[in-house]
Design a protein around this ligand. Sequence first.
Ligand code: LMR
Length: 329
Amino acid sequence: TLTLASLASLAAGIMLAGSAFAADPITIKFSHVVAENTPKGQMAEKFKELVEKSSVGDQVEVEIYPNSQLYGDDQVLEAMLLGDVQLAAPALSKFQKYTDQLQVFDLPFLFEDMAAVERFQNSATGKQLLTSLQDKGLVGLGYLHNGMKQLSASEPLRVPEDAAGKKFRIMTSDVLDAQFEAVDAAPLKKPFSEVFILLQTGAIDGQENTYSNIYSQKFYEVQPYITESNHGLLDYMVVSSARFWNGLPDDVRPVVEEALQKAIAYGNAISAQENKEAKQAIVDSGKSEIIELTPEQRQQWVDAMKPVWKEFADEIGQDVIDAAQAANK
Ligand code: LMR
């Protein structure tokens, strides 16, 4: 039989359950600048899918904003510190405002291949670099691959002299600036979202990026030549704000973290194939010619650009550069 007291406690129980249900889900806004059919775009989708399927799927909502829809990389980290975005994965070239050390990844002709990149990222120094944003309030949650960069241009680039006097869009990195200065070109720091129109209108002559980005942003439609230089790396750091990440409830954070690590591993596993397919699609389009360098031509680019390492040795730390170079063997 129901007494008044038990009715009251039943009502209180229902109200409690009701308020637990009504609790706002935790929203993770993941803002990025690339297309969905890229390693980063796919990693973001995988993360959302894994969180939805996980034990915290009804408590955590992942919203993905690709294509600079929400923020460009120039604003995203500030937005993150203000709590407007919870997850992002800017290129390692875009953290210069926050730390000098990550510029190691921009040094031209440093990594022989992606296996070397991976060895370095997994090394003690690589892991330490993930914490290099800590005092700025950002948590480095992992490295995500895109791949090696190629040079695209309005004219064929075979030797460094071919780049002289030409305007190249670069990411916001002084190392990349020095790299193009080293071949007497004119580098311009511009947001990713503006590159296509700058190339199309001829405001700039060229840019550097992976096949994946050259394809998905349609740069190949307005750049008749792509030099397969593999001269530099385009990789990312997946970051969150310490305030948000450490503030996640203790029973939620490990589940979200596991989903994220699985998504990163997935992105890293597909990145090489994505770039290979993008290259093939560009070849098939017939719109851009892919120029392969002879070993002698490539060596000329190495000789011209490698002095940049010395210029940045103090800022980056020679020990960090040495550790990265050691990963080649
Ligand atoms: C670029 O600006 O070229 C890249 O950082 C874009 C990206 O995120 O791959």
